[in-house]
Ligand binder design. Structure first.
Ligand code: ADP
Ligand code: MG
Length: 356
């Protein structure tokens, strides 16, 4: 495909995912005490930018009720941030990590059970008990340090789901080893985008794009019935894109080492850790994008497949073709897509290797 055509598509994608600056609609006049229902022009996008979960987010919706729907969506994101944050002292997860036991709310129980499911599916590459390692590397405080091998060996003992007892009846959970801690960071944003989409639907919205950093979820098609075009960032040049996937009603979620990292003595250390070694995963992948109807699963898998590397990821996909599609970028500059994206993935990079 010609560069100019791709450039055009990327512009469309930027509009689709809301990375272009779009004017926020005027909010309700604070002096008017009666609630006012503001109708918006359904053919025009209404956008909202916010910062939560350590992430710049843009929500774009179409429909007469778009403004109210985005208010509800924003409230939901802030609520989930308060609930799931590992760093906020009021959060349920913070308290659980302090106490080493507790009774999970419905929602945290759901996320724990989904985490177990992804852990099993990926043979342990996704592990929600990763938090002690995240702390040791400084990813939680931005005070980065390469831990000593002995320290890592000790902390690896704590990344151990077999030492978590959990009842799916009453949602009571307890960590059997001292200092074990949980982290839904690899799955929380995918869950959040899925929740936002269902809230927008409840509010009567049929067309929307939720962009939570590298996590995008679209509702329906574009208002004209065509597919949304979601651009996938180029991990080697993060102001550019490697291509575009065309989707409706899907999450398109990317994990890459480039999203959060530090350098020490000329070596780069990023925030996706291999639960088997304690070190940032180095499997020859620069990014993994998962396309799935299930935002929570897509987020968990994007992290896990990055840890697993291309070969194991291919096998996993072949055994679970009905669950997701994927795009992989390798450190040798190669691009791989799964078969189901053959028509939906547009790029000017050749060759595109198709996994069948
Ligand atoms: P981002 O949150 O930057 O979009 P990811 O979805 O890949 O990227 O999630 C990375 C986050 O997941 C880390 O910040 C950490 O909280 C958590 N994490 C890191 N490694 C793992 C792992 N192997 N299994 C589960 N969670 C992980
Ligand atoms: Mg993830």
């Amino acid at each position: 495909m010609k560069k100019a055509v791709l450039a055009f598509l990327i512009i469309c994608a930027c509009l689709s995912v809301g990375c272009g600056k779009q004017s926020d609609m005027v909010r309700k006049d604070p002096e008017i005490s009666q609630p006012q229902i503001e109708e918006t022009d359904p053919s025009e996008p209404t956008s909202r930018d916010l910062f939560a979960m350590d992430t710049f987010m843009t929500l774009t919706a179409y429909g007469e009720n778009a403004l109210q729907a985005l208010d509800a969506a924003e409230d939901e994101i802030l609520r989930l941030d308060e609930l799931l944050s590992t760093g906020k002292e009021e959060s349920e997860i913070f308290r659980l990590n302090q106490d080493g036991e507790g009774t999970l709310s419905e929602e945290s129980a759901y996320l724990y059970e989904r985490s177990l499911e992804v852990n099993e599916l990926t043979d342990g590459a996704f592990d929600p008990m990763i938090y002690p390692l995240m702390q040791a590397w400084g990813f939680t405080t931005h005070e980065y340090a390469v831990p000593a091998p002995e320290e890592l060996a000790g902390l690896l003992e704590l990344v151990d789901l077999s030492a978590v007892s959990y009842s799916d009846k009453d949602h009571h959970i307890s960590f059997e080893k001292n200092k074990m801690e949980i982290d839904f960071g690899g799955i929380a944003k995918g869950y959040t985008s899925a929740r936002v989409v269902s809230i927008l639907k409840e509010q009567g919205i049929n067309h929307a794009v939720i962009s939570l950093g590298g996590n995008v979820q679209v509702l329906g098609t574009k208002p004209d019935g065509s597919l949304w075009k979601v651009a996938i960032r180029d991990p080697e040049n993060v102001s550019g894109f490697i291509g575009v996937v065309q989707v409706s009603d899907k999450a398109v979620i990317t994990s890459g080492g480039y999203e959060r990292y530090f350098e020490e003595n000329g070596k780069v250390y990023h925030h996706i850790l291999d639960p088997k070694t304690g070190y940032p995963a180095e499997t020859g992948l620069l990014s993994v994008t998962i396309v799935s109807e299930d935002g929570t699963l897509a987020d968990g898998l994007s992290t896990a497949l990055y840890v697993m590397g291309l070969e194991l990821a291919e096998t996993l996909w072949r055994e679970n073709r009905d669950l997701f599609e994927a795009v992989f970028v390798t450190d040798s500059g190669k691009l791989y897509i799964t078969e189901g994206l053959e028509k939906e993935f547009l790029t000017d990079r050749y060759p595109v290797n198709v996994i069948r």
